[in-house]
Design a protein around this ligand. Structure first.
Ligand SMILES: Cc1cc2nc3c(=O)[nH]c(=O)nc-3n(C[C@H](O)[C@H](O)[C@H](O)COP(=O)(O)O)c2cc1C
Length: 154
């Protein structure tokens, strides 16, 4: 199943670490850096993921912009993010965009990621050691279930 994941992961590479674990197991997954390839063509993909570290309570702007400009109508999509401190509202902006595009939202995976932004730096950062191996295993399980569901019910 041809899968693309559009991502932004620049703070500590936390999100990319999670995505690499998935891409290692699934050779048909292509990781696309939203900052490096903002005009990517997505119409050929069966499944599209949007992934990001959380920046000021939302997915990074480059991912939001790419979703707005490049996501074709009616695609199967999923979300994945890492953050310093988890809060459900982080997905609102990306949800709004995928909703407008009539996307089928298949699920969201999130975990904490090492965070040294602003005052946290003075404390040596928070969520040290995250994403952990357990986080990576959780992401793999999430992705496996998602793909199984799609294969049964495309
Ligand atoms: C400029 C900036 C803003 C951030 N804003 C938030 C935030 O609003 N909420 C949060 O939980 N984490 C926030 N973080 C922490 C990151 O979301 C977290 O470290 C994430 O794992 C970074 O992912 P990345 O390394 O893949 O970019 C922020 C980090 C930076 C650098």
């Amino acid at each position: 199943m041809k899968t693309a994941v559009i991502y932004y992961s620049h703070h500590h590479g936390n999100t990319k670490k999670v995505l690499d674990a998935i891409a290692e197991q699934y050779p048909d997954v292509t990781l696309i850096d939203a900052a490096a390839d903002p005009a990517v063509e997505l119409s050929d993909y069966d499944l599209i993921g949007f992934a990001s570290g959380i920046y000021f309570s939302q997915f990074h702007n480059t991912v939001l912009k790419l979703a707005q400009e490049r996501l074709p109508e009616g695609k199967n999509v999923f979300l994945l993010y890492t953050c310093g401190v988890n809060q459900a509202r982080y997905t609102k902006a990306i949800y709004d965009i995928t909703d407008l595009k009539g996307a089928h939202m298949l699920g969201v995976y999130s975990c904490r990621g090492y965070d040294t932004f602003g005052p946290w730096k003075l404390l040596g950062g928070i969520a040290k050691g995250r994403p952990s191996q357990k986080d990576l295993n959780g992401a793999l399980e999430f992705f496996q279930h998602l793909r199984e569901r799609l294969e049964v019910n495309p």
